[in-house]
Design a protein around this ligand. Structure first.
Ligand code: NAD
Length: 426
Protein backbone atom coordinates (compact mmCIF):
# COMPACT_ATOMS: atom_id res chain seq x y z
CA UNK A 1 0.00 0.00 0.00
CA UNK A 2 2.82 2.43 0.65
CA UNK A 3 4.20 4.61 -2.03
CA UNK A 4 6.31 6.72 0.29
CA UNK A 5 10.05 7.19 -0.13
CA UNK A 6 12.09 4.10 0.73
CA UNK A 7 12.79 4.21 4.47
CA UNK A 8 16.47 3.33 4.67
CA UNK A 9 19.33 4.13 6.96
CA UNK A 10 22.94 4.55 5.88
CA UNK A 11 23.33 0.79 6.05
CA UNK A 12 20.44 0.34 3.65
CA UNK A 13 18.14 -1.27 6.23
CA UNK A 14 14.87 0.26 7.38
CA UNK A 15 15.64 2.97 9.92
CA UNK A 16 14.33 2.12 13.38
CA UNK A 17 12.66 5.29 14.73
CA UNK A 18 13.67 4.49 18.32
CA UNK A 19 17.32 4.32 17.32
CA UNK A 20 16.87 7.63 15.49
CA UNK A 21 15.30 9.15 18.62
CA UNK A 22 18.12 7.86 20.83
CA UNK A 23 20.79 9.12 18.40
CA UNK A 24 19.20 12.58 18.44
CA UNK A 25 19.11 12.48 22.25
CA UNK A 26 22.76 11.36 22.47
CA UNK A 27 23.86 14.27 20.31
CA UNK A 28 22.03 16.73 22.58
CA UNK A 29 23.33 15.03 25.74
CA UNK A 30 26.87 15.51 24.45
CA UNK A 31 26.26 19.18 23.64
CA UNK A 32 24.78 19.67 27.14
CA UNK A 33 27.54 17.59 28.77
CA UNK A 34 24.95 15.53 30.66
CA UNK A 35 26.47 13.12 33.16
CA UNK A 36 26.27 9.43 32.34
CA UNK A 37 23.61 8.62 34.97
CA UNK A 38 21.24 11.26 33.61
CA UNK A 39 21.90 10.05 30.07
CA UNK A 40 20.95 6.51 31.00
CA UNK A 41 17.72 7.64 32.66
CA UNK A 42 16.56 9.84 29.78
CA UNK A 43 17.56 7.69 26.80
CA UNK A 44 15.18 4.85 27.77
CA UNK A 45 11.41 4.80 28.16
CA UNK A 46 10.03 4.53 31.69
CA UNK A 47 7.15 2.10 30.96
CA UNK A 48 6.22 0.01 27.94
CA UNK A 49 2.95 -1.87 28.00
CA UNK A 50 1.87 -4.40 25.34
CA UNK A 51 -1.67 -5.74 25.17
CA UNK A 52 -3.11 -8.55 23.03
CA UNK A 53 -6.87 -8.31 23.15
CA UNK A 54 -9.90 -9.94 21.54
CA UNK A 55 -12.47 -8.09 19.43
CA UNK A 56 -15.72 -9.48 18.06
CA UNK A 57 -15.86 -8.78 14.31
CA UNK A 58 -19.07 -8.27 12.29
CA UNK A 59 -18.99 -11.90 11.14
CA UNK A 60 -19.09 -13.08 14.76
CA UNK A 61 -15.48 -14.23 14.52
CA UNK A 62 -13.03 -13.21 17.28
CA UNK A 63 -9.85 -11.44 16.18
CA UNK A 64 -6.84 -10.70 18.38
CA UNK A 65 -5.24 -7.25 18.07
CA UNK A 66 -1.93 -6.07 19.53
CA UNK A 67 -1.61 -2.58 20.97
CA UNK A 68 0.90 -0.55 22.96
CA UNK A 69 1.01 2.31 25.42
CA UNK A 70 4.44 3.65 26.28
CA UNK A 71 5.37 6.36 28.79
CA UNK A 72 8.81 7.78 28.22
CA UNK A 73 9.02 10.29 31.06
CA UNK A 74 6.73 11.59 33.84
CA UNK A 75 9.03 14.02 35.60
CA UNK A 76 7.45 17.30 34.46
CA UNK A 77 3.82 16.15 34.72
CA UNK A 78 1.38 13.51 33.52
CA UNK A 79 2.27 11.70 30.33
CA UNK A 80 0.75 13.04 27.12
CA UNK A 81 0.62 11.58 23.65
CA UNK A 82 -1.55 10.36 20.81
CA UNK A 83 -2.82 6.97 19.74
CA UNK A 84 -2.04 5.70 16.23
CA UNK A 85 -3.86 3.03 14.23
CA UNK A 86 -1.70 1.69 11.40
CA UNK A 87 -0.58 -1.70 10.05
CA UNK A 88 3.09 -0.73 10.59
CA UNK A 89 2.77 0.24 14.27
CA UNK A 90 5.55 -1.43 16.31
CA UNK A 91 6.77 -1.17 19.88
CA UNK A 92 9.93 0.66 18.78
CA UNK A 93 7.90 3.16 16.77
CA UNK A 94 5.68 3.87 19.79
CA UNK A 95 8.74 4.20 22.05
CA UNK A 96 10.27 6.75 19.67
CA UNK A 97 7.03 8.70 19.43
CA UNK A 98 6.73 8.68 23.26
CA UNK A 99 10.27 10.04 23.65
CA UNK A 100 9.61 12.78 21.07
CA UNK A 101 6.47 13.73 23.05
CA UNK A 102 8.59 14.30 26.17
CA UNK A 103 10.85 16.70 24.30
CA UNK A 104 7.92 18.37 22.50
CA UNK A 105 6.13 19.15 25.78
CA UNK A 106 9.37 20.44 27.27
CA UNK A 107 10.20 22.63 24.22
CA UNK A 108 6.85 24.37 24.52
CA UNK A 109 7.01 24.52 28.33
CA UNK A 110 3.89 22.38 28.87
CA UNK A 111 3.72 20.61 32.26
CA UNK A 112 3.65 17.11 30.77
CA UNK A 113 5.81 14.08 30.21
CA UNK A 114 5.71 12.04 27.02
CA UNK A 115 3.68 8.99 26.01
CA UNK A 116 2.31 7.37 22.88
CA UNK A 117 0.04 4.50 21.98
CA UNK A 118 -0.79 2.46 18.93
CA UNK A 119 -2.69 -0.53 17.66
CA UNK A 120 -1.51 -2.69 14.75
CA UNK A 121 -4.48 -2.55 12.41
CA UNK A 122 -5.70 -1.17 9.10
CA UNK A 123 -8.72 0.94 10.01
CA UNK A 124 -9.77 1.05 6.33
CA UNK A 125 -10.48 -2.69 6.60
CA UNK A 126 -12.68 -2.34 9.71
CA UNK A 127 -16.38 -1.45 9.79
CA UNK A 128 -17.41 1.41 12.06
CA UNK A 129 -18.74 -1.11 14.59
CA UNK A 130 -15.49 -3.07 14.53
CA UNK A 131 -13.48 0.14 14.93
CA UNK A 132 -15.60 1.10 17.95
CA UNK A 133 -15.31 -2.40 19.49
CA UNK A 134 -11.54 -2.39 18.99
CA UNK A 135 -11.14 1.12 20.38
CA UNK A 136 -13.23 0.44 23.46
CA UNK A 137 -11.46 -2.81 24.28
CA UNK A 138 -8.03 -1.21 23.75
CA UNK A 139 -9.06 1.71 25.99
CA UNK A 140 -10.20 -0.74 28.64
CA UNK A 141 -6.91 -2.67 28.42
CA UNK A 142 -4.86 0.48 29.04
CA UNK A 143 -7.02 1.96 31.84
CA UNK A 144 -4.33 0.88 34.27
CA UNK A 145 -2.19 3.63 32.77
CA UNK A 146 -4.42 6.39 31.40
CA UNK A 147 -6.29 9.08 33.33
CA UNK A 148 -6.45 12.87 33.75
CA UNK A 149 -3.67 12.89 36.36
CA UNK A 150 -1.49 10.16 34.87
CA UNK A 151 -1.56 9.78 31.08
CA UNK A 152 -3.77 11.60 28.59
CA UNK A 153 -4.24 10.22 25.03
CA UNK A 154 -5.06 12.29 21.91
CA UNK A 155 -5.53 11.65 18.16
CA UNK A 156 -2.69 10.68 15.84
CA UNK A 157 -2.53 8.92 12.45
CA UNK A 158 -5.90 7.31 11.62
CA UNK A 159 -7.56 8.30 14.88
CA UNK A 160 -9.89 11.26 15.32
CA UNK A 161 -12.34 12.97 17.66
CA UNK A 162 -14.83 10.07 17.40
CA UNK A 163 -12.16 7.60 18.51
CA UNK A 164 -11.33 9.93 21.41
CA UNK A 165 -15.03 10.07 22.34
CA UNK A 166 -15.17 6.25 22.54
CA UNK A 167 -12.03 6.16 24.71
CA UNK A 168 -13.40 8.85 27.01
CA UNK A 169 -16.76 7.04 27.30
CA UNK A 170 -15.15 3.65 28.00
CA UNK A 171 -13.00 5.13 30.74
CA UNK A 172 -15.98 7.04 32.19
CA UNK A 173 -18.16 3.91 32.25
CA UNK A 174 -15.46 2.00 34.10
CA UNK A 175 -14.90 4.80 36.63
CA UNK A 176 -18.63 5.44 37.11
CA UNK A 177 -18.41 9.17 36.32
CA UNK A 178 -17.36 11.30 33.34
CA UNK A 179 -13.64 11.91 32.97
CA UNK A 180 -13.37 14.37 30.07
CA UNK A 181 -9.87 15.51 31.08
CA UNK A 182 -8.50 11.98 30.56
CA UNK A 183 -8.52 12.39 26.76
CA UNK A 184 -7.97 15.39 24.46
CA UNK A 185 -9.00 15.96 20.86
CA UNK A 186 -12.59 15.09 21.85
CA UNK A 187 -15.66 16.54 20.14
CA UNK A 188 -16.70 19.95 21.54
CA UNK A 189 -20.02 18.44 22.73
CA UNK A 190 -18.28 16.31 25.38
CA UNK A 191 -15.59 18.71 26.59
CA UNK A 192 -13.38 19.19 23.54
CA UNK A 193 -11.70 22.51 22.83
CA UNK A 194 -12.36 25.05 20.15
CA UNK A 195 -9.45 25.10 17.73
CA UNK A 196 -8.10 21.61 18.52
CA UNK A 197 -8.71 20.02 15.08
CA UNK A 198 -6.78 22.87 13.39
CA UNK A 199 -4.14 23.25 16.12
CA UNK A 200 -1.25 21.20 14.72
CA UNK A 201 -1.56 22.73 11.25
CA UNK A 202 -1.91 26.18 12.80
CA UNK A 203 1.31 25.64 14.75
CA UNK A 204 3.03 24.44 11.57
CA UNK A 205 1.90 27.67 9.89
CA UNK A 206 3.18 29.85 12.74
CA UNK A 207 6.68 28.29 12.66
CA UNK A 208 6.79 28.38 8.85
CA UNK A 209 6.05 32.11 8.93
CA UNK A 210 8.71 32.62 11.63
CA UNK A 211 11.31 30.71 9.62
CA UNK A 212 10.43 32.61 6.43
CA UNK A 213 10.74 35.94 8.21
CA UNK A 214 14.27 35.06 9.36
CA UNK A 215 15.30 33.62 5.98
CA UNK A 216 13.96 36.61 4.03
CA UNK A 217 11.38 34.46 2.21
CA UNK A 218 8.29 36.36 1.07
CA UNK A 219 5.24 34.07 1.49
CA UNK A 220 3.75 35.47 -1.71
CA UNK A 221 6.82 34.34 -3.66
CA UNK A 222 7.15 30.95 -1.94
CA UNK A 223 6.00 27.55 -3.18
CA UNK A 224 5.12 24.65 -0.88
CA UNK A 225 4.89 20.85 -1.29
CA UNK A 226 3.12 18.86 1.42
CA UNK A 227 3.37 15.08 1.83
CA UNK A 228 0.31 13.73 3.70
CA UNK A 229 -3.11 15.31 3.37
CA UNK A 230 -4.72 14.15 6.62
CA UNK A 231 -5.48 16.29 9.63
CA UNK A 232 -2.07 17.97 9.83
CA UNK A 233 -1.23 18.18 6.13
CA UNK A 234 -4.59 19.48 4.97
CA UNK A 235 -4.92 22.11 7.69
CA UNK A 236 -1.34 23.27 7.07
CA UNK A 237 -2.11 23.53 3.34
CA UNK A 238 -5.26 25.52 4.02
CA UNK A 239 -3.69 27.98 6.46
CA UNK A 240 -0.50 28.47 4.42
CA UNK A 241 -2.62 29.10 1.32
CA UNK A 242 -4.57 31.70 3.32
CA UNK A 243 -1.23 33.36 4.25
CA UNK A 244 -0.39 33.75 0.55
CA UNK A 245 1.92 30.76 0.02
CA UNK A 246 1.49 28.87 -3.29
CA UNK A 247 0.81 25.22 -2.40
CA UNK A 248 1.88 23.39 -5.57
CA UNK A 249 1.77 19.72 -4.49
CA UNK A 250 -0.02 17.56 -1.94
CA UNK A 251 -0.29 13.79 -1.49
CA UNK A 252 -1.86 11.05 0.55
CA UNK A 253 -1.35 7.30 0.87
CA UNK A 254 -2.59 6.82 -2.71
CA UNK A 255 -0.13 9.29 -4.30
CA UNK A 256 -0.07 12.99 -5.02
CA UNK A 257 -0.93 15.85 -7.35
CA UNK A 258 1.28 18.60 -8.70
CA UNK A 259 -0.18 21.91 -9.89
CA UNK A 260 2.74 24.25 -10.73
CA UNK A 261 0.46 27.29 -10.84
CA UNK A 262 -0.79 26.59 -7.31
CA UNK A 263 -3.68 24.60 -5.84
CA UNK A 264 -6.93 26.28 -4.81
CA UNK A 265 -6.74 24.58 -1.41
CA UNK A 266 -10.23 25.48 -0.11
CA UNK A 267 -11.72 24.10 -3.35
CA UNK A 268 -9.61 20.93 -3.04
CA UNK A 269 -10.79 20.49 0.55
CA UNK A 270 -14.40 20.87 -0.59
CA UNK A 271 -13.75 18.28 -3.34
CA UNK A 272 -12.29 15.89 -0.75
CA UNK A 273 -15.11 16.63 1.71
CA UNK A 274 -17.58 15.59 -0.98
CA UNK A 275 -15.80 12.23 -1.28
CA UNK A 276 -13.53 13.15 -4.24
CA UNK A 277 -10.05 11.66 -4.60
CA UNK A 278 -6.89 13.77 -4.91
CA UNK A 279 -6.14 11.99 -8.22
CA UNK A 280 -9.38 13.34 -9.74
CA UNK A 281 -8.44 16.99 -9.16
CA UNK A 282 -8.79 18.69 -12.58
CA UNK A 283 -5.62 19.94 -14.24
CA UNK A 284 -3.25 18.23 -11.82
CA UNK A 285 -0.14 16.30 -12.81
CA UNK A 286 -0.05 12.97 -10.91
CA UNK A 287 3.06 12.61 -8.75
CA UNK A 288 4.31 9.83 -6.47
CA UNK A 289 5.19 10.45 -2.84
CA UNK A 290 8.96 10.02 -3.41
CA UNK A 291 8.99 12.51 -6.33
CA UNK A 292 6.98 15.07 -4.36
CA UNK A 293 9.82 15.31 -1.83
CA UNK A 294 12.25 16.31 -4.59
CA UNK A 295 10.17 19.02 -6.30
CA UNK A 296 11.78 22.42 -6.91
CA UNK A 297 9.83 24.25 -4.17
CA UNK A 298 10.78 26.80 -1.53
CA UNK A 299 9.30 24.83 1.37
CA UNK A 300 8.83 21.10 1.89
CA UNK A 301 6.43 19.87 4.57
CA UNK A 302 6.44 16.14 5.33
CA UNK A 303 3.12 15.50 7.13
CA UNK A 304 2.67 11.71 6.90
CA UNK A 305 5.00 9.20 8.58
CA UNK A 306 8.58 8.60 9.74
CA UNK A 307 11.69 7.99 7.61
CA UNK A 308 10.75 9.91 4.47
CA UNK A 309 13.89 12.04 4.15
CA UNK A 310 16.87 9.71 4.22
CA UNK A 311 20.37 9.29 2.92
CA UNK A 312 18.73 7.97 -0.25
CA UNK A 313 17.01 11.24 -1.22
CA UNK A 314 18.27 14.12 0.99
CA UNK A 315 20.86 15.23 -1.57
CA UNK A 316 18.08 15.68 -4.14
CA UNK A 317 15.74 17.76 -1.97
CA UNK A 318 15.49 21.19 -3.57
CA UNK A 319 13.56 23.08 -0.88
CA UNK A 320 15.36 25.79 1.10
CA UNK A 321 13.23 25.10 4.16
CA UNK A 322 11.91 21.79 5.53
CA UNK A 323 9.18 21.99 8.20
CA UNK A 324 8.58 18.66 9.94
CA UNK A 325 4.84 18.48 10.45
CA UNK A 326 5.10 14.69 10.82
CA UNK A 327 6.98 13.05 13.67
CA UNK A 328 10.37 11.67 12.74
CA UNK A 329 10.27 12.16 8.95
CA UNK A 330 14.03 12.80 8.71
CA UNK A 331 16.81 10.35 9.57
CA UNK A 332 20.00 11.63 11.27
CA UNK A 333 21.95 11.04 8.01
CA UNK A 334 19.50 13.24 6.09
CA UNK A 335 19.78 15.86 8.85
CA UNK A 336 23.53 16.01 8.29
CA UNK A 337 23.08 16.33 4.52
CA UNK A 338 20.61 19.19 4.95
CA UNK A 339 22.94 20.96 7.38
CA UNK A 340 25.87 20.61 4.93
CA UNK A 341 23.72 21.90 2.07
CA UNK A 342 22.47 24.91 4.08
CA UNK A 343 18.85 23.73 4.10
CA UNK A 344 17.03 24.98 7.19
CA UNK A 345 14.93 22.37 8.99
CA UNK A 346 12.34 23.19 11.64
CA UNK A 347 12.24 19.97 13.72
CA UNK A 348 9.12 17.97 14.58
CA UNK A 349 9.36 18.56 18.34
CA UNK A 350 8.90 22.26 17.62
CA UNK A 351 7.03 22.34 14.31
CA UNK A 352 4.10 20.07 15.20
CA UNK A 353 3.81 21.05 18.87
CA UNK A 354 0.66 23.08 18.20
CA UNK A 355 -1.48 19.97 18.63
CA UNK A 356 -0.27 19.11 22.11
CA UNK A 357 -0.38 22.79 23.07
CA UNK A 358 -4.11 23.04 22.38
CA UNK A 359 -4.55 19.58 23.93
CA UNK A 360 -3.06 21.13 27.06
CA UNK A 361 -5.57 23.99 26.80
CA UNK A 362 -8.35 21.41 26.42
CA UNK A 363 -7.18 19.53 29.54
CA UNK A 364 -7.01 22.78 31.54
CA UNK A 365 -10.53 23.73 30.39
CA UNK A 366 -11.88 20.26 31.29
CA UNK A 367 -10.30 20.36 34.75
CA UNK A 368 -11.85 23.80 35.38
CA UNK A 369 -15.12 23.08 33.53
CA UNK A 370 -14.66 26.54 32.07
CA UNK A 371 -14.32 26.92 28.31
CA UNK A 372 -12.53 29.54 26.27
CA UNK A 373 -13.33 31.10 22.92
CA UNK A 374 -11.44 30.04 19.79
CA UNK A 375 -9.93 33.50 19.35
CA UNK A 376 -8.28 33.26 22.76
CA UNK A 377 -7.07 29.72 22.10
CA UNK A 378 -5.50 30.64 18.76
CA UNK A 379 -3.83 33.72 20.25
CA UNK A 380 -2.37 31.69 23.12
CA UNK A 381 -1.24 28.97 20.70
CA UNK A 382 0.54 31.52 18.53
CA UNK A 383 2.31 32.99 21.57
CA UNK A 384 3.50 29.55 22.75
CA UNK A 385 4.80 28.62 19.29
CA UNK A 386 6.55 31.97 18.69
CA UNK A 387 8.19 31.88 22.13
CA UNK A 388 9.37 28.30 21.61
CA UNK A 389 10.76 29.16 18.16
CA UNK A 390 12.71 32.09 19.58
CA UNK A 391 14.14 30.04 22.46
CA UNK A 392 15.11 27.20 20.13
CA UNK A 393 16.80 29.60 17.73
CA UNK A 394 18.74 31.29 20.55
CA UNK A 395 20.08 27.94 21.76
CA UNK A 396 20.90 26.80 18.24
CA UNK A 397 22.94 29.97 17.78
CA UNK A 398 24.58 29.68 21.22
CA UNK A 399 25.71 26.10 20.47
CA UNK A 400 26.41 26.87 16.79
CA UNK A 401 24.15 24.01 15.75
CA UNK A 402 20.93 23.17 13.92
CA UNK A 403 17.41 24.10 15.00
CA UNK A 404 16.85 20.40 15.82
CA UNK A 405 19.73 20.39 18.27
CA UNK A 406 18.66 23.79 19.60
CA UNK A 407 15.23 22.31 20.34
CA UNK A 408 16.76 19.21 21.91
CA UNK A 409 19.07 21.28 24.10
CA UNK A 410 16.12 23.33 25.36
CA UNK A 411 13.95 20.26 25.99
CA UNK A 412 16.52 17.85 27.39
CA UNK A 413 17.88 20.48 29.79
CA UNK A 414 14.38 21.20 31.11
CA UNK A 415 13.71 17.51 31.72
CA UNK A 416 17.19 16.89 33.17
CA UNK A 417 16.83 19.85 35.55
CA UNK A 418 13.42 18.58 36.73
CA UNK A 419 14.86 15.09 37.19
CA UNK A 420 17.78 16.46 39.20
CA UNK A 421 15.46 18.48 41.44
CA UNK A 422 13.10 15.59 42.11
CA UNK A 423 15.90 13.11 42.80
CA UNK A 424 15.56 9.35 42.94
CA UNK A 425 12.80 7.60 44.93
CA UNK A 426 12.96 6.07 47.53
P1 NAD B 1 -3.96 11.46 9.51
O1 NAD B 1 -4.30 10.03 9.69
O2 NAD B 1 -5.04 12.47 9.65
O3 NAD B 1 -3.27 11.69 8.08
C1 NAD B 1 -2.15 10.98 7.66
C2 NAD B 1 -1.88 11.31 6.20
O4 NAD B 1 -0.73 10.57 5.81
C3 NAD B 1 -3.00 10.89 5.26
O5 NAD B 1 -3.08 11.80 4.18
C4 NAD B 1 -2.57 9.53 4.78
O6 NAD B 1 -3.12 9.19 3.50
C5 NAD B 1 -1.07 9.73 4.73
N1 NAD B 1 -0.42 8.42 4.91
C6 NAD B 1 -0.58 7.51 5.91
N2 NAD B 1 0.11 6.41 5.68
C7 NAD B 1 0.75 6.62 4.53
C8 NAD B 1 1.62 5.85 3.75
N3 NAD B 1 2.00 4.62 4.11
N4 NAD B 1 2.05 6.41 2.59
C9 NAD B 1 1.69 7.67 2.23
N5 NAD B 1 0.90 8.46 2.93
C10 NAD B 1 0.42 7.93 4.04
O7 NAD B 1 -2.75 11.75 10.52
P2 NAD B 1 -2.27 13.14 11.09
O8 NAD B 1 -2.90 13.32 12.42
O9 NAD B 1 -2.41 14.20 10.06
O10 NAD B 1 -0.72 12.84 11.36
C11 NAD B 1 0.28 13.03 10.36
C12 NAD B 1 1.64 13.18 11.04
O11 NAD B 1 1.59 14.28 11.96
C13 NAD B 1 2.08 11.97 11.88
O12 NAD B 1 3.48 11.88 11.83
C14 NAD B 1 1.65 12.36 13.28
O13 NAD B 1 2.37 11.67 14.28
C15 NAD B 1 1.98 13.84 13.25
N6 NAD B 1 1.29 14.64 14.26
C16 NAD B 1 -0.07 14.67 14.35
C17 NAD B 1 -0.67 15.48 15.29
C18 NAD B 1 -2.17 15.62 15.40
O14 NAD B 1 -2.61 16.48 16.17
N7 NAD B 1 -2.97 14.86 14.68
C19 NAD B 1 0.12 16.24 16.17
C20 NAD B 1 1.50 16.19 16.04
C21 NAD B 1 2.08 15.39 15.08
Amino acid sequence: MTELAVPTSASGTAANPYITAQRQFDQAATLLQLDSGMRRVLREVRREFTVNFPVRMDTGRIRIFTGYRVQHNLTRGPAKGGIRYHPDVSLDEVKALAMWMTWKCAVTGLPYGGAKGGVICDPDQLSRQELENMTRRFASEITVLIGAASDIPAPDVNTNSQVMAWIMDTLSMERGYSVPAAVTGKPIEIGGSEGRPMATGRGVTVVTLEACRRMGIDPHQATVAIQGFGNVGSVSADLLHAEGFRVVAVSDVSGGIHVPGGIDVPALLAHRGAGGRLADWPGAIPIGNPALLELPVTILIPAALENQLTVANAARVQARLVVEAANGPTTPEADDIFAQRGITLVPDILANAGGVTVSYFEWVQDLQSFFWEEKEINARLTRVMERAYLQVEELAQAHDTTLRMGAYCLAVKRVADATQLRGIYP
